[in-house]
Write a protein that binds this ligand. Structure first.
Ligand SMILES: Nc1ncnc2c1ncn2[C@@H]1O[C@H](COP(=O)(O)OP(=O)(O)O)[C@@H](O)[C@H]1O
Ligand SMILES: [Mg+2]
Length: 372
């Protein structure tokens, strides 16, 4: 049986700066070998959370546990160097006066051949065999980043905390380095908490995403689930451009140009947003003012008039006006550039539509439910 008890556990963490709650009751856990991404916009409290776990900042309430042992709680503080945590930040600084090999070996207690073997293995794993004697300034940004990763992993930390570790890198390099980093992290088996503001990065790296907003975790789930079952409209919008149809509930139904949507348990007169992604809109030709027949999977198609169409490289983005004046965007994975004014029929897969009451916020118990 693999060990699935949490390596890192954070319970009800709170941090205030000048009366403002920057970390507002954060709870999460990370198992050995698991990568959790703390994802959210700039200023939402990600780095502060990481700093408290690392032990370089103190919380106002809540606790941090490592392998079931409390390392930070009111009146109890284990210093950073005794926590067995590896750190990697955006502005990672290598020691300029030390060789690459000495940088990697810096945190190792081992000496002699044991130390050399560990350093050599890591050099090989980050594809820098033969670079050991070089000085850091002789390396490119991507190579320095890999040395910093090897240095953080060398003492086999139980937990790796990474704060936007790829954001200083060239765009072209980033995907390759992300993949290589993930492979090495998995091999080393640390519990990883990685902070990022980029949804693509979180989707690529994470076993679990903890989506943060204004100091709170609004949703915790696997990438597939968070993308396909967002907790609220803003969670959906964080991962891609979305379409929003506004509707009002009458007798448990919201009426839209795409037919009726079931909204059980929501009172009459409640305004709802029906949210769907542009890639889930499919298109059909107009046959003398008629479109395809309704189906349970796609609901009722709506007639749309092309407003404009643009080629985006991998796909085309076509914007429509539908009955009632709503704008609907559709992406087509090809070159498809119909002229403005063209009539087409739009259908949306019903299972890709999310219905949210207007102004609805994520229920605070959601992270717990998502984790179970
Ligand atoms: N030492 C501090 N003193 C006062 N305010 C701070 C301090 N550190 C962070 N903040 C504030 O806390 C908020 C969250 O910061 P941070 O955790 O760095 O966000 P993120 O990493 O998500 O971008 C920001 O508004 C920031 O200005
Ligand atoms: Mg930050």
């Amino acid at each position: 049986m693999p060990d699935t008890s949490p390596r890192l556990e954070v319970r009800n963490l709170v941090r205030r700066f000048e009366g403002t709650c920057v970390v507002d009751d954060i709870s999460l856990s990370v198992a050995p070998g698991q990568v959790t991404c703390l994802l959210g916009p700039s200023g939402c409290g990600k780095s502060t959370t990481l700093r408290i776990i690392a032990g370089v900042d103190c919380q106002d309430a809540g606790e941090v546990l490592i392998d079931g042992h409390v390392v930070a709680a009111p009146g109890h503080f284990v210093p950073p160097e005794a926590r067995g945590i590896g750190l990697m930040f955006q502005d990672f600084a290598l020691f300029p006066h030390m060789s690459v090999a000495d940088n990697i070996g810096f945190g190792l207690k081992a000496t002699g051949s044991e130390r050399t073997a560990r350093v050599d293995k890591l050099l090989e794993r980050v594809n820098l065999s033969g670079f050991g004697n070089k000085a850091p300034h002789m390396l490119s940004g991507g190579e320095q980043q890999r040395v910093a990763l090897a240095r953080a992993l060398a003492p086999r930390p139980r937990i790796m905390l990474m704060d936007e570790p790829f954001s200083g890198l060239d765009n072209r390099l980033r995907d390759g380095i992300r993949d290589a980093t993930l492979e090495l992290l998995k091999e080393e088996g640390s519990a990883v908490l990685l902070v990022t503001h980029e949804p693509d990065e979180a989707m690529r790296m994470a076993d679990e995403i903890a989506l943060m907003r204004k100091g709170k975790i609004v949703q915790r789930a696997a990438p597939y689930n968070i993308y396909n079952q967002p907790a609220d409209r803003r969670a959906a919008e964080f991962f891609s451009d979305v379409n929003v149809l506004e509707g009002q509930v009458q007798a448990g139904l919201a009426h839209t140009p795409f037919g009726e949507f079931l909204v059980p348990g929501v009172g009459d007169g409640t305004n709802v947003d029906i949210v769907f992604r542009p890639q889930h809109v499919s298109l059909d030709f107009d046959r003398n003012g008629r479109g395809p027949a309704p189906t349970p999977q796609h609901g009722t198609p709506a007639r749309g008039i092309v407003h404009r169409a643009r080629f985006m490289g991998r796909e085309s983005l076509v914007e429509f006006t539908v009955a009632g004046g709503a704008m609907v965007k559709a992406t087509v994975p090809a070159v498809f550039l119909p002229k403005p004014g063209t009539a087409l029929w739009l259908s949306i897969r019903r299972d890709r539509c999310f219905v949210f009451s207007r102004g609805q916020v994520a229920p605070q118990d959601l992270p717990e439910r998502a984790a179970s």
